[in-house]
Write a protein that binds this ligand. Structure first.
Ligand SMILES: [Zn+2]
Length: 151
């Protein structure tokens, strides 16, 4: 079998950041890498699940709601995938910053945080979600984002 494209990235060189993982027609998959891979430092499920609820809700309520195809955590616990249709990388980057900043300021209840709305509603934490968003925002502000994996 052929390896899928995301397996061809050298994960030992990958730092936290924002990358373009793949492009399929007008759909672009972004790699929102919050943690350095294979460093022993992984998100737990509570953190991934909480960020998933918060980020998906905020980005799907934003200016580009109709261009957001998917947001969800990577199984390796070091980041998230965001799939966006017909939007420039610079606009996606700005939108990601806006979403992260709004999550940090948000004071309401966890979106989708009830038994009816979620398959594991007890496994959600505003503090865990915000903490990962704060950490990722700091990582993004530390470095130049050019969307390219280091080769
Ligand atoms: Zn859920």
């Amino acid at each position: 079998m052929n390896p899928i494209k995301s397996f061809t990235v050298d994960h030992d060189k990958l730092l936290p950041g924002l990358y373009i993982s793949r492009e399929d027609g007008d759909a672009t998959t972004y790699d929102l890498r919050t943690r350095r891979p294979n460093s022993g430092d992984y998100m737990d499920n509570l953190t991934m699940h909480s960020v998933e609820h918060l980020f998906a809700t905020f980005i799907r309520n934003g200016e580009y709601a109709d261009r957001i195809l998917y947001f969800g955590p990577m199984g390796c616990q070091t980041g998230f995938y965001l799939i966006v249709r017909s939007l420039s990388p610079e606009k996606v980057k700005k939108e990601i910053f806006r979403v992260l900043q709004e999550i940090l300021l948000y004071q309401g209840p966890m979106p989708g945080g009830t038994r009816k709305e979620c398959g594991n509603f007890a496994n959600l934490s505003m503090e865990a979600g915000k903490s990962e968003c704060r950490r990722y925002l700091n990582e993004l502000m530390k470095r130049k984002v050019d969307f390219q994996y280091e080769v």
